[in-house]
Write a protein that binds this ligand. Structure first.
Ligand code: SF4
Length: 82
C-alpha cells in the first residue's frame, strides 16, 4: 500500500512518545545512557509500519540528528557512504 508522503507520520509508532527517547539531550550524554536510549527508541521503530518512509524522509533531507527509521545519524551516514 502506497502511503501519501504527508500521511506517514500519522501512522508512526513513535507518535505521542517522548522525543527525548529519539534525540540526544542538549547536555552531554554518557555513552551507556545513549546506547540504552537508542535501544529503546529502536525497539519502537522495529514495530513501526512506516519505518521505510521515515528512513527515506530522513535520508532525503540529510537529517543530522536522532533516530529515524530505526537508525541513528551515524548509521544513516554509513548507509549513504559519507
Ligand atoms: S521508524 Fe521510528 S522514528 Fe520513524 S516513525 Fe516509526 S517509530 Fe517513529
Amino acid at each position: 500500500m502506497a502511503i501519501h508522503p504527508l500521511e506517514w507520520a500519522q501512522l508512526a509508532s513513535c507518535r505521542g512518545s517522548e522525543g527525548s527517547l529519539f534525540f540526544s539531550p542538549d547536555t552531554s550524554e554518557r555513552k551507556e545512557d545513549r546506547i540504552e536510549r537508542e535501544q529503546l527508541a529502536k525497539k519502537i521503530c522495529s514495530g513501526c509500519c512506516v519505518r521505510g518512509e521515515c528512513l527515506e524522509a530522513a535520508l532525503m533531507r540529510h537529517e543530522p540528528h536522532g533516530i529515524w527509521g530505526g537508525l541513528n545519524e551515524n548509521e544513516r551516514r554509513g548507509l549513504v557512504g559519507n
